[in-house]
Design a protein around this ligand. Structure first.
Ligand code: GDP
Length: 370
C-alpha cells in the first residue's frame, strides 16, 4: 500500500485493516477507487453516496477536549436537545465550555408532543430547564428532524444568529442530532454538489463533519457523548419500541381513587396517595401498557408480574434495570409529574402523589403544560 495515499474526503491515511479507525477502506473498494482515481475511506464514501453519518467511538477525555476547542473559537453553538427528555439531553459543564459563544437551543422530536400543547409553553419549559442548567440561550427553535420540513426555518434562524461565524452543532446521543444533520445535508446538497468535508479535532480521535456556508465558514457536526441517565440505556432495542414515542402521543385518562396506583410497564409507577376521586391524564408511548392496582397491593403486584404482565423490560432484561426509586410530592396547583424520557402525568391541585422511576432517571414537577 502506498504510504502517502489519503482519502480525498477527509485526508485520513487510507488503511485496510482496522474497521473502527480513520481511513478504513475495504480492499475491493480501494481497488475500485484507484481505478477511478478517487479514493475515499468508507466513512466518506457512505457520507457522499448515502448522506449517512457513521458513528465514531469516543472517550470522555476526547469529548472534553473537543468542547474546549469549541470554546476557543468565535462561533455560534447550536445545542440539540430532546424535548421529551431534557435532563437526559444535558451535556455536563456545557455552559463552561461554550465560553462567551452564543447558544441557539434546538428542541428536537417536537412531533412526539400532543398538538394541543402550545409551542410557546414548550419553549418556556425548555428555557426554564436550560436556565437551571446554567445556560442562557439566545433563542429556542423547535424541530422535528425526521421529516426535514423544519430545516429551512432552522437554517434561517442559524443565519440570523451566526453573524458570519462558523456554527458548531452539539448534543448527546439519542436526541436525534444525526437525523437532523442528515436532513440538513440533504437540503444543502440538494442545492449544490459535493459540499461535505470531514476532518479531525486536533489531539482527539473525533471526526467532525463540515458543511460549508461559504469559503470561510462551516456548519460543523460534532460527535455526541452518551448520557448514562437516559432511559434508553436500560432497555434493549426491542423494549425501547414500547417506550420511545415515534408518533404523536395520545393522552390516556384514568378515573382514580386515592390509594390507587398505575404501573407503566415495569419502568415506572404512579401512586395517588391523597385527594378526591379524579381524572388523571397520562402521556406515554401509545403502546406502553398501563396497569391499575390498589396501592397497598402494588409492591406485591410488581414483584409477581414485572417482566411479564408488566413489561418492558421483559424478564430476561429486568435484572439490568436499576431499582425503582420513589419521589413523593404535595401538589398545590395543576401540575405534571415528569419522568424524563418516558412521559408525564397531569394531576389536579391539592393532591399528594408519588412517582417511581429507575434510579438515575429524573423525576420532576412542573406547572401543567396542557
Ligand atoms: P443521535 O444519537 O442524537 O444522533 O440520534 P439519532 O438521529 O440516531 O436518533 C435517535 C433516535 O431518535 C432514533 O430512534 C430516531 O428514529 C429518533 N428520532 C430522531 N429524530 C426524531 C424526531 O424528530 N422525531 C422522533 N419522533 N424521533 C426521532
Amino acid at each position: 500500500l502506498d504510504e502517502g495515499l489519503r482519502c480525498i474526503g477527509c485526508g485520513a491515511l487510507i488503511q485496510t485493516t482496522d474497521k473502527t479507525a480513520a481511513g478504513y477502506t475495504p480492499m475491493s473498494a480501494l481497488i475500485k477507487g484507484l481505478e477511478n482515481g478517487e479514493v475515499l475511506d468508507q466513512r466518506c464514501f457512505r457520507l457522499r453516496n448515502y448522506n449517512e453519518i457513521q458513528p465514531v467511538s469516543l472517550t470522555d477525555d476526547d469529548f472534553r477536549r473537543m468542547l474546549t476547542q469549541i470554546s476557543a473559537t468565535d462561533s455560534l453553538v447550536v445545542y440539540v436537545v430532546d424535548v421529551f427528555d431534557f435532563s437526559g439531553s444535558l451535556i455536563p459543564g456545557l455552559h463552561r465550555f461554550v465560553g462567551d459563544n452564543p447558544i441557539l437551543l434546538v428542541g428536537n422530536k417536537i412531533d412526539i408532543l400532543p398538538k394541543s400543547l402550545k409551542q410557546s409553553k414548550i419553549k418556556d419549559w425548555i428555557r426554564q430547564q436550560a436556565n437551571i442548567a446554567g445556560l442562557r440561550p439566545m433563542d429556542i427553535a423547535l424541530t422535528s428532524g425526521k421529516s426535514g420540513a423544519d430545516v429551512p426555518a432552522l437554517l434561517a434562524l442559524i443565519e440570523k444568529y451566526r453573524k458570519g461565524r462558523s456554527v458548531y452543532v452539539v448534543g448527546v446521543t439519542n436526541v436525534g442530532k444525526s437525523t437532523l444533520i442528515n436532513q440538513i445535508i440533504k437540503y444543502v446538497t440538494g442545492e449544490k454538489k459535493d459540499v461535505i468535508t470531514t476532518s479531525r479535532f486536533p489531539g482527539t480521535t473525533l471526526d467532525r463533519i463540515e458543511i460549508p456556508f461559504d469559503d470561510e465558514t462551516f456548519i460543523i457536526d460534532t460527535p455526541g457523548i452518551i448520557h448514562q441517565d437516559q432511559i434508553a440505556h436500560y432497555l434493549t432495542a426491542q423494549d425501547l419500541k414500547y417506550v420511545a414515542p415515534q408518533k404523536e402521543i395520545k393522552p390516556r385518562t384514568y378515573q382514580l381513587n386515592d390509594e390507587q396506583s398505575l404501573f407503566f410497564g415495569a419502568l415506572a409507577r404512579f401512586d395517588y396517595i391523597q385527594g378526591p376521586r379524579t381524572g388523571i391524564t397520562t402521556y406515554f408511548e401509545n403502546n406502553l401498557m398501563i396497569h391499575r392496582t390498589k396501592s397497598e397491593n402494588a409492591d406485591a403486584f410488581y414483584a409477581k408480574h414485572a417482566g411479564e404482565l408488566l413489561a418492558p423490560p421483559t424478564t430476561e432484561n429486568l435484572a439490568s434495570l436499576p431499582k425503582l426509586v420513589r419521589h413523593e410530592y404535595k401538589i398545590t396547583e395543576k401540575s405534571d409529574l415528569v419522568i424524563d424520557g418516558l412521559g408525564w402525568i397531569t394531576v389536579p391541585a391539592n393532591v399528594v402523589i408519588a412517582g417511581w422511576a429507575p434510579e438515575g432517571v429524573s423525576v420532576l414537577i412542573r406547572k401543567a403544560m396542557i
